[in-house]
Write a protein that binds this ligand. Structure first.
Ligand code: 1DF
Ligand code: MN
Length: 358
């Protein structure tokens, strides 16, 4: 029987010395200045409910979890390195925490994306063997986002992009955003499609049951976003574009059969104007244009299924620090029944290739 075994809390055994580097690929940070902007947004009468429910909670809750997360998010030096050392993480690939600039008004978002990327690049320069990162961009202004991808790759040496799912309820499947895909493809920079809080049209039924966040709502909305990108034909238009999904591919590998079956049936029935024929099956794009991470899921059974479906080269390790700082998960994953070659791919070399780490 396949059971769920959660990590030990408290003081787990320190991570073993292993012959591979552990590279964690979905690690969050927040410049203190961004939290000031967030506080001002939360105070507005028209503040988005999902944003207020997520970052409003972490910024104001006296709970130990919230206080700990806020302290960790802003630290790009000793505390973060101490936590990495305690968990045996050699390298953290960091992204501006969700929703990044995507909740800001357009001019603020465009300018703060640059500020955040410069802040990240400075932290990487201080700790070049321990830190790597992803570029924040403002989808609100697709042309500016495309320029920031070019600047970030060329001038900052950061070779990946993070986009926190929807932007004000809009999805990258809309061709108005496709300058971003063109730039990412041209610069050979993968886009990590990371969760955001739920948009206004989805929030209530999830939040009423406390299921809007990382427990479930994030995966539903981010998985939806990835599927919208696939079914809109983005990968027929940009075949070399690469994307990354966290949280076991937001469950999409598990859905592959039904996605392929029903997409084919829907196309043939001409039921929706928006569902057009694609060159390949949805599952083909998942395997050719996506790499997934195990963020939030230290469950060998699920990881093995994903590796079987995606291939050993397309599943990477992630911790999701500081939202899921559970050092014993590293012990669980070190203990996975995998050859050393495949464990090295999972923890190290897939990330080195995807993020162009040297
Ligand atoms: C949470 C989880 C928040 C993830 C995040 O960013 C986040 C959470 C604000 O637990 O509230 O990135 N996550 O990726 O699972
Ligand atoms: Mn995350």
């Amino acid at each position: 029987m396949i059971d769920v075994k959660l990590p030990e809390t408290g003081n787990p055994k320190p991570p073993a010395r292993v012959p591979y580097k552990r590279i964690a690929t979905e690690e969050a940070f927040a410049p203190p200045e961004m939290l000031d902007i967030y506080r001002r947004i939360c105070e507005r009468g028209d503040c988005d409910a999902g944003f207020k429910g997520l970052m409003g909670f972490y910024m104001t809750s006296p709970s130990e979890r919230a206080q700990h997360i806020m302290r960790c998010l802003i630290d790009m030096d000793d505390l973060r390195l101490q936590h990495m050392d305690e968990a045996g993480i050699d390298v953290a690939v960091m992204a501006l925490t969700s929703p990044g600039v995507q909740v800001m008004d357009t001019p603020t978002a465009v300018s703060f994306a640059r500020t955040a990327n410069d802040f990240l690049a400075a932290a990487i320069r201080r700790h070049p063997t321990r830190f790597a990162g992803m570029l924040a961009v403002a989808p609100q202004d697709p042309a500016a986002a495309a320029r920031e991808i070019e600047r970030g790759v060329r001038e900052l040496g950061i070779h990946a992009v993070v986009i926190n799912s929807h932007t004000n309820g809009e999805y990258l499947s809309d061709p108005k955003f496709w300058d971003i895909f063109a730039a990412a493809e041209a610069m050979d920079a993968p886009i990590y499609l990371h969760p955001n809080s739920l948009p206004a049209g989805m929030y209530e039924p999830f939040a009423a049951a406390g299921l809007d966040g990382a427990i479930y709502g994030f995966a539903v909305e981010t998985g939806l976003h990835a599927l919208r990108i696939i079914t809109a034909g983005v990968f027929d238009r940009f075949p070399r574009l690469q994307m990354i999904l966290g949280h076991m591919g937001e469950a999409l590998p598990y859905w592959a059969y039904r996605l392929d079956y029903m997409h084919g049936a829907t196309v043939r029935s001409k039921r929706y104007e928006s569902v057009k024929p694609l060159r390949q099956r949805p599952s083909d794009y998942l395997r050719q244009n996506f790499t997934i991470t195990n963020s939030g899921v230290a469950w060998p059974h699920a990881i093995k299924f994903a590796q079987g479906f995606m291939g050993m080269d397309r599943v990477m390790y992630a911790m999701d620090y500081p939202y899921q700082y559970a050092p014993d998960e590293v012990n669980i994953l070190d203990g996975m029944d995998l050859s050393l070659e495949n464990k090295t791919k999972f923890f190290q070399t897939n990330a080195e290739r995807v993020f162009k780490l040297r």
